[in-house]
Design a protein around this ligand. Structure first.
Ligand code: ZN
Length: 286
């Protein structure tokens, strides 16, 4: 019976194209992170990016930042690399405890992936590099975005709020999707004539204005490391508890109160993602 029920559910999910998928920021979130980063690259890093990215017309980070989501089915092994599951309700993250996939294989989480692709890219000057550095760059640019989405460092039993049903205004969705897409889409509709470039401009203005004195701290990596995903993951689960999960239960209706109080967090995390992606690439190729 259970077997049939599971299959019936799977079939219905397929038919309706609502198969739940854990993914990162939506296309506009990743585009925002990568466009912010592209504008902050050093000359050496910008040249390396240009060399590594395919095609001559669009050798720019903005055009490749959602690639990792599109290859998840072809590269099935990569789907565990987009997030971290942390213990329910603890609101803390520890690499050794939490960075593993569903089968318990260590290092298979978004923080481990950031470390791994950073190490690969550090072989850029070595002509005998055994790695596909184009893919390494596209993965790294995507995963530094993902780790800044608070619910990508979420609780284990709700799969980063993928199983929490909510209403975003009148539309039915899940809480994870609200943070991937809905907050960003509503902000674009309401404040930027449905245009992602308006959102990107506004965030860039904050980076050089209101947030200018914090930016150096965002860029800093502990102990002279090249990549610092553990800092970002620790901030992520804290933001997930303080803002994303807070006050939300199954079937909550999320409207202006939630949207307007959480939008500043989304903007901040997109800004930090972009600044830190650039800082990481500048360290790698510097
Ligand atoms: Zn992702």
């Amino acid at each position: 019976m259970e077997f049939c029920r599971v299959h019936a559910v799977a079939l219905v999910s397929l038919l309706l194209f609502i198969t739940p998928v854990v993914h990162g920021w939506g296309i506009d979130g990743h585009l925002t992170v990568c466009k912010i980063a592209q504008a902050r690259l050093s000359e050496a890093a910008a040249n390396a990016v240009k060399n590594l990215l395919p095609g001559s017309a669009e050798n720019d980070l903005g055009s490749v930042c959602s690639w990792a989501d599109r290859v998840k089915f072809r590269y099935h092994w990569s789907s565990a690399l987009h997030y971290i599951d942390t213990p329910d309700n603890l609101c803390t993250y520890q690499y050794n405890r939490d960075c593993k996939d569903e089968n318990g294989v260590k290092d298979r989480c978004v923080a481990g992936a950031i470390n791994n692709y950073t190490t690969q890219l550090l072989s850029y000057d070595n002509s005998a590099s055994q790695y596909n550095l184009t893919e390494a760059l596209m993965f790294l640019s995507h995963f530094i975005g993902d780790i800044h989405q608070p619910l990508h460092v979420g609780f284990t039993s709700d799969r980063g709020a993928n199983t929490i049903d909510v209403h975003w205004y009148t539309r039915k969705t899940v809480l994870h999707h609200v943070w991937d897409d809905s907050i960003i889409e509503t902000a674009e509709e309401r404040f930027y004539q449905s245009n992602v470039d308006g959102l990107i401009d506004a965030i860039q203005t904050n980076i050089t204005g209101n947030w200018a004195d914090q930016v150096k701290t965002w860029e800093t990596c502990s102990r002279n490391n090249t990549a610092c995903p553990d800092i970002y993951a620790t901030e992520g689960i804290k933001a997930a508890c303080d803002w994303a999960y807070k006050g939300v239960t199954e079937d909550s209706v999320l409207e202006d109160d939630y949207f307007l109080s959480r939008l500043p967090i989304v903007n901040l995390r997109l800004a930090q993602g972009g600044v830190r992606l650039a800082a990481t690439l500048n360290r790698i190729f510097g």
